[in-house]
Every structure is written in C-alpha cells, then in structure tokens.
Design a binder for this molecule. Structure first.
Ligand SMILES: Cc1cc2nc3c(=O)[nH]c(=O)nc-3n(C[C@H](O)[C@H](O)[C@H](O)COP(=O)(O)OP(=O)(O)OC[C@H]3O[C@@H](n4cnc5c(N)ncnc54)[C@H](O)[C@@H]3O)c2cc1C
Length: 429
C-alpha cells in the first residue's frame, strides 16, 4: 500500500466517526468498485459500503457466468447501442473505453478474449475471476470495503459533509464523507442486491427520476401457456413490433418460445420498445415471419413439392415437414386449421399466409426479477456528463445502472458501468 494511503488510514472502518472519508461510495457493483479503486489510486480515502456478503454479485453471474465485460465496436457504433441517449457517455468513453478496459483487466491479471460480434470475455470464461481481480485491486489501492453494510439514509450535514447511515450486521452505524457516490444499480435481478435503494437516496438529495422499467426482459403472449412450449428455439425469423398498429421495431434472428411467451436475443433487444408501448397503454402485437428469406410464391412452390406423391397427407404431417413438432399445435391454431384434416387448397393458402405473418398479442412482460437491465433512473440532465457529479448537489456523484442509461446485450451495459465508475472515481477522488 502506498505511503499516502497509510496516512489516510486514519479514516478507516475502525474509527468511522473520527475522520471523514474523502469519498463514500454506496454499492460495490461494477461501477462502485471501479470508482472506488480509481479514487483510491488517485490518493483519496475511500469507504465502499455493500449490503451483500461480497462485492460484485451481479458481475459474477453476468454473461451466463462468463462475463461479457465489453464490446470492441468503435465508439460511434457503440453509442448507438445505448439508450435513451448514448451521447451522455461520450466524455466517459473518451476517458475510459473498451480498449482501456481491456488494458486495465490485463493490468490486474485478467486476460481477455474477443468473440463473435466483438464481445469481450475473460479468457478463463469465468466472470468470477474478473470480480475477484477487481476486488483485490480495490483493496490493494487502499479502499475500505465493508460488506453486510446496508445504507438506509444519506443526508448532508450543516458542516457540508455527507452523513451516511447504514445497518452493519444488525448494528446502526454512521460515516461521514466529503463526497458521496451513489452506485446502487437499478432494480433488475434484485437477488444480487440491486433493489432500487439508490432511487430514494437520489430523490432525497433533490434529484428527479425517469420511471424505472424492466428491459432486456422476456415478453408474455396472450393464451400462450396452454401450448406447453418450453424454451423452443427458432432461428432466422423476422419479428416486427406493432404498437397501435404502427410498426415501432423490427429484428431478424433467433427467437425462443417459452411457457408464457417469447424470449431470445431479438425479443430481449426489442423489449425496451415493447415495455414502453405497454406502459403507454398501447395495444401491442408481434408480427412473426417464420420464413423471411422466402416469398409467398416460393413458399407455395415449396408446399407443392412437399405434396408430390400418391396420397394427400393431413395438415399435421405437412406441417411436420416445415417446423419442429412442438410448434405444430400453436401454428395450427394460428392458421385456424385442424391437424387431422386432409390438406386442400384452402389449407395450403392458410399455411403460407401464417408462415409469412403470424400475430401474437402481447399481454405483458416478465418482472424485474427476470430482467437483465433497468431502463430509467436518475435523470441525465441533472448530472454533469464530464464528471458524473450532480448539477444540483455539489459533491454528490452517480455511476452505473442507477443512472437513466441502459444498453443492448453484447457487453455494452458493463462498459457503461465501468466507464461512469472510472469517471466518477477520477473526479470525486
Ligand atoms: C443475469 C444478468 C446478466 C448480465 N450479463 C451482462 C453481460 O454479460 N454483459 C453486460 O455488459 N451486462 C450484463 N448485465 C448487466 C450488468 O451486469 C449491469 O448493467 C451492471 O452490473 C450494473 O452495474 P452497477 O454497478 O451499476 O450495479 P450493480 O452491479 O447492480 O451493483 C449495485 C450494488 O449496490 C449494492 N446496493 C444496493 N443498494 C444498497 C444499499 N442500500 N446499501 C449498500 N449497498 C447497496 C448492491 O448490493 C449491488 O452490489 C447482466 C445483468 C444480469 C442481471
């Protein structure tokens, strides 16, 4: 530990009330740990409070445990993946972007690999290794990390210092900081510790919030449960989202049919527009083209070829040649066909029409507990994008998912958390 850090030890977890910390950080997720280590490296005394038993719970399960930590796409393309306004992150990215993150990871002992679509993972394929390396780095720089420490209140005293009240292993404790950084995450996957506490703190300190909504979340379809579909993957489909009959989004790729509706990469990507339309009380439907590479005429020709032979098959046998068996009851109902009926000209027409346009009525979305990210949060126009400092309360900073920033899948969300953490830690440290 550097000499200056030893001197700063006077402000430590043993004597929380004697000396204020330069900065107190609430939440040891990707943003909080990055900010803490950065601030401590710059010489600040840092107290990092985390309510769970260990830091970085969410990072440890990210990317199905493999940790898709960033994406190597160039800045302009990267910013397109961020909502509602990628430009807010431009200053953060100009200081600490994907290549910086990869170098940083290498510096703390995590080798990385690039995969399909520019996605970057730890070479060990274990997000856990990233979390452990980051935690060790933060401790090495002198950060005081206190786990089982649930912050219950934040105020600013008359002396201008922030007073943070927290519950530590059942005991009420307090600490003072010249600066305060809120990095408590959003509401997605609350089992990892992110239960939206930071929204209340931000509000108490004068900030306004854009309503939080689950995003990158599976979608529920009316009457779907009766088909007993269980994570059936279908590739190369086109899905359009219509809200009050206007197409608002469209994607091509892989879809998963689940017990309650639809999921998979293209649905998760479009879930933001679907959830927003539902919240605006619009009628939302999905239009599925099962065979986007084929025109109606080409499909008709294909059916004719399938029907060549001596006997006329029933609808079910014909459908078996066109799609996976578990999909047939659902498809037949959509096409208004009996699977046992013999194929006729009318049923051929219905099959082609339904293959090109199958309507699924959206009745809802899955809850926050199944969402990968929270859309909404601390309003961006009240935060200085060059420092992550509040424009309303000097000395107050924000980083990570707590902000009104969310992104597509592909490593963009973690990079946003790391970059805003780095920037806030640098400015606040
Ligand atoms: C299942 C899943 C997989 C994901 N996979 C990827 C991926 O591969 N790539 C990617 O880019 N993104 C991924 N994401 C998104 C990404 O993990 C998050 O965007 C990112 O972790 C947000 O970091 P954060 O530090 O802002 O918040 P969090 O990681 O949520 O950290 C906030 C911390 O604050 C703590 N906290 C909250 N309230 C208090 C309180 N009152 N007192 C003390 N501590 C508190 C919480 O316990 C938590 O540790 C995934 C998300 C999920 C749910």
């Amino acid at each position: 530990m550097p000499f200056w850090a030893l001197l700063k030890r006077a402000a430590s977890v043993e004597n929380l009330n004697s000396l204020p910390f330069d900065i107190i950080i609430v939440g040891a997720g990707a943003a909080g740990v990055m900010a803490a280590g950065r601030a401590a490296e710059l010489g600040a005394s840092v107290l990092l409070l985390e309510k769970m038993e260990k830091p970085l719970r969410k990072l440890r399960i990210s990317g199905k445990g493999r940790g898709n930590i960033t994406n190597i796409k160039p800045m302009e393309e990267f910013l397109q993946k961020i909502h509602p306004d990628g430009n807010f992150l431009r200053p953060a990215f100009s200081q600490f972007f994907n290549t910086h993150l990869v170098k940083f990871m290498n510096r703390i002992g995590v080798r990385t690999v690039e995969e399909r679509g520019g996605r970057v993972f730890p070479a060990s394929q274990k997000a856990w290794d990233v979390a452990e390396a980051m935690q060790k780095w933060a401790r090495r720089t002198g950060v005081e990390i206190l786990c089982h420490a649930r912050v219950t209140g934040v105020t600013r005293g008359e002396n201008g210092l922030f007073l943070v009240v927290f519950d530590h292993n059942g005991a009420r404790r307090t600490a003072q900081g010249a600066k305060l950084l809120l990095a408590t995450g959003g509401l997605a996957y609350p089992a990892t510790g992110s239960t939206g506490d930071g929204y209340g703190f931000a509000k108490e300190l004068g900030h306004s919030l854009t309503p939080a909504r689950p995003s990158l979340v599976p979608i529920e379809i009316s009457g779907f449960s009766r088909f007993g579909l269980n994570d059936l993957q279908v590739r190369n489909v086109k899905v359009s989202v219509a809200a009050n009959d206007k197409i608002v989004d469209e994607e091509f790729g892989e879809l998963t049919l689940t017990k309650f509706g639809v999921s998979g990469p293209i649905i998760l990507r479009m879930s933001r527009s679907i959830v927003d339309a539902l919240q605006a009380q619009q009628k939302v439907k999905l239009l599925l083209d099962w065979k986007p590479a084929l025109s109606k005429q080409q499909l008709q020709n294909r059916l004719k070829r399938e029907l060549e032979g001596d006997s006329i098959p029933d609808v079910g046998s014909l459908l078996r040649k066109l799609m996976p068996a578990p999909l047939i009851p659902f498809f037949a109902e959509q096409a208004k066909l009996q699977t046992r009926a013999k194929v006729c000209e009318n049923s051929e027409e219905k099959i082609v029409a339904t293959l090109k346009s199958c309507i699924l009525w959206v009745c809802g979305h899955r809850p926050f507990s199944e969402a990968i990210i929270t859309a909404g949060g601390v309003s961006l126009n009240e935060v200085d994008e060059n420092t992550m400092q509040s424009k309303l309360a000097p000395g107050l900073y924000f980083a990570g998912e707590l902000l009104d920033v969310d992104a597509d899948t592909g490593g963009y969300n973690l990079q946003a958390a790391f970059s805003t953490g780095w920037l806030a830690g640098g400015a606040g440290g």
